[in-house]
Design a protein around this ligand. Structure first.
Ligand code: GUN
Length: 293
């Protein structure tokens, strides 16, 4: 079993991003600048956002964190987004999800200028991705593609099973791995919570991507000997013996699954770190106007 080490891989890409950011900053006299909007006090969201802001500083980006209480109105949020859309000193904007129930998530995502949409969730970016056109890509699937590239994992012709159908991970991941690109050219089967015989389907996977949000759902009985296992889950499990009061586990039972895997991502220290890389690469691309001029 080989570990797909998100820490080592993320550092490799962050060194590249930092060097490119320095060049761009010298050229145009301004750092790449990411704005992050956080609504409410979801502890996981707070932790992700802190990590995004911290990583911006590490690669020489500027960042602005805008925090609102969960009671903010949709109108007020939309007007802030409009203000950022028009602010030429800001290159990228993301609104951390999930949003409180009284706010229409699709309306919010659609209101972001697609050229600044570093999460790749705007219908223009999602649509272009589905058509195989250049676009800003959702950060987690993008990070997974970068991880597969870094470790030179062969994907062409392989059977890839994706568990999950979210617009953040499962749907774009399935699409990206089906494309005629490298990584890509997989035969993709997409499973979800209503799939029958999910274990049997997973057993035929050369590459298994678990993004279902259920702690340790995938164990050794799901896995073909030698499969590549990508664990997208980050689940908090109560553990009073730890200072934090919880531990993080993936959607894969690491200790049961790893003996059968040829490669596997740990949680934490795997895909989560690569999501940040995807976001940073999108922010740099937006700052450089690489996709939309
Ligand atoms: N919530 C869970 N994953 C993500 C993500 O990639 N971006 C945003 N904005 N919110 C999320």
């Amino acid at each position: 079993m080989n570990l797909l080490d998100g820490k080592v891989c993320a550092q490799f890409y962050k060194d590249q991003i930092k060097a490119e950011a320095e060049q761009l900053t010298a050229h145009r006299g301004r750092k790449p600048h990411l704005a992050v909007i956080l609504v409410g006090e979801n502890p996981a969201s707070q932790s992700y956002v802190r990590s995004k802001v911290r990583n911006c500083a590490l690669v020489g980006f500027e960042s602005t964190l805008i925090e609102y209480p969960a009671s903010i109105s949709e109108t007020e949020l939309l007007s802030k987004i409009q203000e950022i859309n028009l602010n030429e000193a800001i290159d990228g904007l993301l609104v951390q999800l999930p949003l409180p129930k009284h706010i229409n998530e699709f309306k919010v995502l659609e209101s972001i200028d697609h050229r600044k949409d570093v999460d790749g969730f705007h219908p223009i970016n999602a649509g272009r991705m589905n058509l195989g056109l250049p676009s800003l890509l959702p950060a987690t699937p993008y990070g997974i593609l970068l991880l597969l590239s870094y470790y030179k994992i062969e994907t062409a012709g392989k059977h890839c099973v994706v568990i999950g159908r979210s617009n953040i991970v499962g749907n774009p991941m399935s699409r990206l791995l089906s494309r005629n690109t490298n990584p890509g050219n997989c035969t993709v089967t997409q499973c979800h919570s209503k799939t029958q015989n999910i274990r049997d389907i997973c057993q035929s996977a050369d590459i298994l991507i678990a993004a279902i949000g259920k702690a340790e759902f995938v164990d050794d009985s799901f896995i073909k000997q030698g499969a590549v296992i990508i664990d997208v889950g980050i689940n908090r499990i109560d553990d009073a013996s730890l200072a934090k009061g919880y531990k993080l586990v993936g959607d894969v039972h690491f200790h049961k699954a790893s003996p059968k895997a040829s490669y596997i991502t740990p949680v934490p220290g795997g895909v989560g770190l690569m999501t940040i890389v995807g976001l940073l690469k999108n922010t740099l691309a937006a700052a450089k106007k690489e996709i939309y001029s």
